[in-house]
Write a protein that binds this ligand. Structure first.
Ligand code: SDX
Length: 389
């Protein structure tokens, strides 16, 4: 029986339990804001619409991480730093050659990101140069590692980055061994901007929890990659194409959707914890898809997607369930010739900018995450000897 100590503080009523921490602020952040009712997304106060129209992925990464748009000199220096660190040690490439070629590229990326930490094991989280070094290395090498595993699993040697190509074009070159069409490179760069950051989503929350223990940034990114891999988070874009292929034709959309809803199936690429209207990123990605189709030829799956979106708006719209970022991104990547199981690793390349921004912000005002729980298990049980069980 606990005896009240004269100095014990009065018991405080715990806040109510919210599954998935829905609506519970777990941090204060100045990086990204989402207006889920208006369908607005801003990075450090700039709309993604402006950033897609006027910025590049690396300039956006700079903004997210350091908080302000860079001057021309700052941007040039940052781009050069990232370009200088694109190469990955032969040890990591050789390690990747031991990975099963049938393994999922997200598992290869998580292992490789964690391995990077072995090469930079001295931790100096209070040293600004260490912070800059880790930011540059992770941004630079994540894309090289994704491309490297793609070639290695095909039985080829990975190709070296091309220093004369900007970030997005270089990734497509390392992946496809061909210099991309300028429109393809520009649209891919826009996709990276759109996927770069999204406040406290599951993988960014993982990043902040991991960062709060003061571990190294490579472990932070590896933790976030593992979280992003799940189909309810980053993995949905792969599943959207499979879903569209399963539907097969526009006349099957309504019966397919009605059956899925009746079976309480989650429709991949739809719904969002924050957005109760169409995800602003889906709006932009849809336009990017149409630009690609105009230039490189149409994709009949797009007509299916449009039909599904229209029918779903009638059936799921009243519940605030609309297309999210994953609904059209797969169609863009497919037209760019990117294998489907690389869609989520590409999401990870982009979101590394956001994860690093949150890592840095967490270090700036750190307190280790340790939420409470409501215990629902058994209590005060007498021991039962083995022979009596
Ligand atoms: C991303 O958080 C982020 O910011 C993530 C992200 C980012 O940039 O980091 O935006 C990226 O993860 C996009 C989401 C990708 N995932 C999918 O497309 C998978 C399908 N979507 C769902 O699993 C779901 O919408 C979530 C996981 C995205 C959000 O789920 P919530 O907020 O936890 O909602 P819920 O599961 O509690 O559902 C609430 C209601 C339920 O109906 P009821 O039981 O109340 O009647 O909405 C329904 C759900 O059945 N619902 C859906 C649905 N999503 C929610 N019904 C059908 N299809 C869906 N997709």
């Amino acid at each position: 029986m606990a005896v009240d100590s004269p100095t014990a503080p009065a018991p405080v009523e715990p806040p109510p339990f919210r599954p998935g921490l829905e609506g519970v602020p777990a941090t204060q952040s100045a990086i990204c804001d989402i207006d889920g009712l208006q369908g607005l997304l801003t990075y450090r106060g700039y709309t993604v619409d402006d950033l897609v129209a006027h910025s590049s992925f690396l300039e956006t990464a700079y903004l997210l991480i350091w908080g302000e748009l860079p001057t021309a000199a700052e941007l040039q220096a940052f781009e050069q730093e990232v370009q200088m660190h694109r190469r990955v040690s032969f040890r990591i490439r050789d390690m990747m050659k031991c990975f099963p070629s049938a393994g999922h590229p997200m598992d290869a990326l998580q292992a490789s990101a964690a391995t990077l930490g072995l090469f930079y094991s001295h931790r100096a989280l209070d040293n600004p140069e260490y912070i800059v070094g880790a930011v540059v290395r992770l941004l630079a090498k994540i894309s090289t590692m994704v491309a490297a595993f793609q070639l290695i699993r095909k039985g080829q040697d990975p190709i070296q980055p091309r220093d004369d190509l900007p970030y997005a074009a270089n990734f497509l070159y390392m992946l496809t061994e061909r210099e991309p069409h300028p429109l393809a490179a520009r649209i891919f760069d826009a996709c990276l901007i759109l996927h770069a950051e999204h406040s406290l989503n599951a993988s960014t929350f993982s990043a902040r929890v991991t960062a709060s223990t003061l571990t190294d940034p490579y472990a932070v990114v590896a933790s976030a990659v593992g979280t992003l891999a799940g189909p309810l988070h980053g993995g949905a874009n792969e599943d959207v194409l499979a879903m569209l292929a399963e539907i097969g034709s526009a006349d099957r959309v309504e019966p397919w959707l009605d059956q899925a809803i009746a079976q309480k199936q989650k429709i991949m690429g739809f719904g969002h914890r924050e957005y109760k209207v169409k995800d602003p990123r889906a709006v932009i990605l849809q336009k990017l898809a149409e630009q690609l189709f105009d230039q490189f030829g149409h994709d009949p799956l797009y007509d299916l997607a449009r039909k599904l979106e229209d029918v779903a708006a009638e059936r799921l719209g009243p519940k605030g369930i609309y297309p999210n970022v994953d609904f059209y991104s797969g169609l863009v990547y497919r037209k760019l010739g990117i294998p489907e199981d690389l869609f989520t690793p590409i999401f990870a390349i982009a979101r590394t900018a956001g994860w690093l921004a949150h890592w840095k912000e967490q270090l700036g005002a750190n307190r280790i995450y340790r939420p409470s729980q409501i215990y629902t298990g058994a209590a005060n049980r007498d021991w039962i000897p083995l022979q009596a069980r």
